[in-house]
Design a protein around this ligand. Structure first.
Ligand code: UT7
Length: 317
C-alpha cells in the first residue's frame, strides 16, 4: 500500500483579519464569518513565491519522514498559482530543496490538486521506478486576487502542505481514492490568467452561490465513494478532513455522512481557502496537536475549479 511517511505544512506569518478588510472594502466581519467561517487568511509578501512556501512545507515533511532531499525520487506540485508557467514550480522547488536530478512536474487540478497528486504519485510508485515521491499542494493565490472584488478577495489565503509517499507492507496508507471532474461548469470559478486573457486583467472570478451548490453535492458524493471503494462505513471514520472553502459546505458534508462535529477537522477560521494546500495544511495541524493517531481512518475530500472533486481514505501511520 502507498503510505505517507512524512507530512508538513507552512503558512506565511503575515495575516489579514476580517476587520483589516473593513478598512478598504465594503464588507464586514459579521458577513464574512457567517457566510464562510473565515476570520483570518495568511498572505505571502511580494518577494515570497509559491516555490518558497512549497520548500518550507517540503522541508518539514522530509524532517518528519527522517529523510534528506537526496532521498526524493520525484516531485509533484499541485498548484493554481505557480511561480511561472515554465519552469514548473516542482522544478524550482526541487532546486531550492537541493534535491538534484529527479522528474518534476506541476498539476493543475485546483483545490483537490493535493488529492490528485496522491493518486498520481501512488500510480507512479507502483511502476517500481521510484522509492520516495514528494507531493506538494501549494498556493500563493492572493497574488492573483482582484482586491476590488469583495465576493472573492475575502475568501482566499496562502499556504503549502507536502507529503512524502512510499510503498510498503506496513498496513498503513491510502486505502482508496476517487477523482472526478466536469469541465462543462468551468466558467463558474476561474483564475483568469493565461492565453485567454490579456495581460493586466488578472483576477479570481467566482459565481459563489452556484459553486456552493455544486460543492455541497460533490463533496458528499466523493466522501461516500471513497468509503464504498474501501468497504468502510462512515461510523468507522476517526476523521473527516474536508477542503476548507466554506464552513457551511463542511457542515453539509458532515451531515451527509452522519458524523459528529468532533470528527471533522476545521481550521478555515485561521487560513481561509488555501485551495490545493488546504488538506495537508489541516493534516499538519492535526499532527502538531496530537490528533492524528496511528491506525486512524482519515477521509480527505475536496472540491474546486474545473470543476474537479476528489477524496482519499487513509489509514494513518
Ligand atoms: O474552493 C473552491 C470552491 N469554492 C467554494 O466552494 C466557495 C463556494 N461559495 C461560497 O462559499 C459562498 O457562495 C460565498 C461565501 C462565496 C458567498 O456566500 P453566499 O451566501 O453564497 O452569498 P452570495 O454570493 O449569494 O451573496 C449574498 C450577498 C450579495 O448581495 P445581494 O446581491 O444579496 O445584495 C453579495 O453582493 O452578499 C454580498 N456580498 C458581500 N457582502 C459583504 C458578497 N461578498 C460580500 C462581502 N461582504 N465580502
Amino acid at each position: 500500500m502507498v503510505r505517507i511517511v512524512g507530512l508538513g505544512a507552512y503558512a506565511p506569518p503575515d495575516r489579514l483579519s476580517n476587520r483589516d478588510f473593513e478598512r478598504f472594502m465594503d464588507t464586514n466581519d459579521e458577513w464574512i464569518r457567517s457566510r464562510s467561517g473565515i476570520r483570518y487568511r495568511h498572505i505571502s509578501p511580494p518577494e515570497v513565491l509559491t516555490s518558497d512556501l512549497a520548500t518550507e512545507a517540503a522541508s518539514k515533511a522530509l524532517m518528519r519522514a527522517g529523510l534528506s532531499p537526496k532521498d526524493v525520487d520525484m516531485v509533484i506540485v499541485a498548484t493554481s498559482s505557480p511561480d511561472t508557467l515554465t519552469p514548473s514550480t516542482a522544478c524550482v522547488t526541487a532546486a531550492k530543496l537541493g534535491i538534484g536530478k529527479v522528474p518534476c512536474f506541476d498539476i493543475s487540478a485546483a483545490c483537490p490538486g493535493f488529492l490528485y497528486g496522491l493518486e498520481i504519485g501512488s500510480g507512479l510508485l507502483r511502476t517500481g521506478n521510484y522509492r520516495y515521491v514528494l507531493v506538494i499542494g501549494v498556493e500563493a493565490g492572493t497574488k492573483f486576487i482582484d482586491w476590488s472584488d469583495r465576493g472573492t478577495a475575502v475568501l482566499f489565503g496562502d499556504g503549502a502542505g507536502a507529503a512524502i509517499l512510499t510503498e510498503d507492507d506496513s498496513g498503513y496508507g491510502i486505502l482508496s481514492t476517487y477523482l472526478q471532474g466536469d469541465g462543462r461548469l468551468g466558467e463558474l470559478l476561474k483564475i483568469e490568467v493565461g492565453t485567454a486573457y490579456p495581460p493586466g486583467s488578472w483576477g479570481v472570478r467566482m459565481r459563489g452561490r452556484e459553486v456552493f451548490r455544486n460543492a455541497v453535492v460533490q463533496m458528499g458524493d466523493a466522501a461516500i465513494t471513497a468509503l464504498r471503494r474501501a468497504g468502510m462505513e462512515p461510523e468507522e471514520l476517526d476523521w473527516l478532513v474536508p477542503h476548507q472553502a466554506n464552513l457551511r459546505i463542511i457542515e453539509a458534508t458532515r451531515e451527509r455522512l452522519g458524523l459528529p462535529p468532533e470528527k471533522v477537522y476545521v481550521n478555515i477560521q485561521e487560513y481561509g481557502n488555501t485551495s490545493a494546500a488546504s488538506i495537508p495544511l489541516a493534516m499538519d495541524e492535526m499532527i502538531e496537536r496530537g490528533l492524528l493517531k496511528e491506525g486512524h481512518n482519515v477521509l480527505a475530500v475536496s472540491f474546486g475549479a474545473g470543476f474537479t472533486w476528489a477524496s482519499a481514505l487513509i489509514r494513518w501511520g
